[in-house]
Structure formats: structure tokens, C-alpha cells
Design a protein around this ligand. Sequence first.
Ligand code: GDP
Length: 291
Amino acid sequence: MAARRLWFDVGWLFAMGAELGSGRRAYCTSQAFAEVLRLPSKQLTKLVFPLQELERHFVPGSRPDLHLKIFNPSLDDIARAESVFTASSRNRIEYLSSAVRLDHAPDLRRPEVCFIGRSNVGKSSLIKALFSLAPEVEVRVSKNPGHTKKMNFFKVGKYFTLVDMPGYGYRAPEDFVDMVETYLKERKNLMRTFLLVDSVVGIQKTDNIAIEMCEEFALPYVMVLTKIDKSSKGHLLKQVLQIQKFVDTKTQGCFPQLFPVSAVTYSGIHLLRCFIANITGNLETNGFQFS
Ligand code: GDP
């Protein structure tokens, strides 16, 4: 336990180190976010609002619409959302169970969100980053693609349940489509599906299977672009604009605003937490509650 705690502290410090520069320490959540708030505005924007930061690099006059301001919480809203994701004796955040079939899934009344994506898209790393304020939660991050063969359920206090779905594509479980399709179609408390796309390579053929499922079942879903630290600014901008165009022209149920994230630098993680807190009905931001 102590070792894990230490690992978490080191991991978190490492992440914060990347964000804050060496020599500045973050001991706990609120202090960590207080540190974020003290960043110079350019660095803060890059960390908390990565899409806005990209906007600065548009060719003057081109101004493509990234729908930046649809979900546009204040820093105060984002700080409040952090508490939803912070484990404490009164806010237990924990792994609940795994299931290979929907009828094995826990019967829960709480709102639910699920994360789906190709194997190796960075799903476990993202979930781990989202849960970094709950160091006891163990999310396996595999060196080998395709390790998540089951639906894994995590309870976030009294607020909501987060479901880590099996990765599709390479080495996906044979019954992936049955398992995921049934879940997506029938899970009554599913509030939002987060569909992960690797920002380095953009939307791949296999991603279309998941996109088509969400569209066919008229599910509200959100596109999350992973690993944004891996590309040059130019490459990332190109991918973001392509994916944005796809969302605008080819989808009905996809939330128009993209969520770029990095599990390494934590860029976009705070905003995504805030969005999840909002759509699960646990946080009103700027008077808006997206449901
Ligand atoms: P999963 O199969 O979708 O759960 O993917 P993982 O979370 O296991 O990540 C697959 C690989 O991508 C691992 O080597 C991770 O270290 C790496 N990875 C995941 N997220 C990021 C990220 O945000 N930035 C970078 N640079 N690498 C990442």
C-alpha cells in the first residue's frame, strides 16, 4: 500500500513536473490544482484548455470552427469538479467488478459513462490519469495491446460509474461486438460514451465500427483525442481539423466539441473531468447542465 502510494506521489509529481517545471511540488489535489492556477496564462491554457491553445496556431483569417466554447467552464467550475474525482473516506472511488456480459454487470442506479477505443489508443492510461486523485484505484496499464478483455466497472463515490470497455481492433476478444453492442444498446443508465481516437493517426477503419454503433443506437457520444503530447503542433492541428470536419459532417450524435488529452502531461484531463462531472448531473457549469 505504502509503495503504491509512493508510486502515485512520484507519478503525480512527475506529471506535475512536466506541467510545472522542476522544483515545484504538488502534495495533494487541491494544492496541485492551486499550482495549476498559478501557472502563467499561456501554460495554463495549454494544460487546461488544449484546444484553445491550438486555436492560436491557426493561419490568420482561416478561423475553422473548433466549437471551443460549447462546453466552456470557468476555472472555478473545473476546480469544483476535481472534488468529484478526489478519493476520501466520504467519496470512495474504487474498482467494483468486471463483466463479459451485460447480465453480469452490476445493477446500478447511478449515471454511467463508458470509454471505448481501439487497443493501444491509450484508454487505460487516460482512465488512470482521470483517477490520479484516487491513488488506490488500480487501472491496469498494459505494455501489450488488447489486455482489456472485459468491461471493468469503477464507482466514483455517489456520483457515477465509469466503465472501461474492451479495446477493439487488434487482438480484440471474439465476442467484442456482442458484448459492447449489447451494452451500448441496452444499458439504461449510460449517460455518455467517450470514444477515444489516437491523435497521432486519426480516425482508423476500426474506429468506424464504434462510431457506427453509436450512431445507429442514437447514443450521445464524445470524441476524445489521446496522446496529444506525441505530435508536433502542425501534425496535431491537421489531425484535429480533420477529425472536427468528420464530426461536423458525418455524425449526428457526437458532441461537436473535441476533447484532446495527454495522459503524460495531463493536458486536457481537468477539463474532461469537469465535463464528466457535468454530464452525469453532478456539477452545473456556467448555468449549463448537459444531459
Ligand atoms: P489501451 O490499450 O487503449 O488501454 O492503451 P494504453 O493505455 O495501454 O496505452 C498504449 C500505449 O500508449 C502505452 O505504451 C502507453 O504508455 C502509451 N500512451 C498512452 N497514453 C499516452 C499519452 O497520452 N501520451 C503518450 N506519449 N503515450 C501514451
